[in-house]
Design a protein. Structure first.
Length: 120
């Protein structure tokens, strides 16, 4: 038996599979523009057409604009997937929308791939 004083385990249990996890594909040269497509009752001030962009690992929001941190948190987990080429039948290719977790606000954001030099 180990105690909290022993520190974290040396390695996580693998369930008998000692194979290393698959490597993450390299990020593409295109960035992502996350655009608000719908905002029924936003309490955070977000509006349809508001956006932010992600190029590689850098996030930019237009000067003077704000973006809801909960909406950002909803989008972050899928950004790496949207930055790479996916099969045509992948759900994120067919339906590139993510909803803010606040059901009352009903904010829906679209994740568009953009070229690095493209402007809104």
């Amino acid at each position: 038996m180990t105690s909290a004083q022993d520190g974290p385990p040396k390695s996580a249990p693998t369930g008998g599979n000692d194979a290393p996890p698959p490597a993450m594909p390299p990020l593409g040269s295109s960035g992502i523009r996350v655009i608000v497509d719908r905002a029924d009752r936003p309490r955070c001030g977000i509006k349809v057409g508001d956006y932010f962009e992600v190029h590689d690992t850098a996030l930019t929001i237009p000067d003077g604009k704000k973006f809801c941190p909960y909406a950002l948190a909803a989008v972050f987990p899928v950004l790496p997937l949207r930055q790479i080429e996916l099969p045509a039948n992948d759900w994120l290719e067919r339906k590139p929308w993510i909803c803010c977790p606040d059901p009352i606000e009903n904010v829906v954001m679209r994740l568009d791939r953009i070229d690095s030099g493209e402007q809104p």
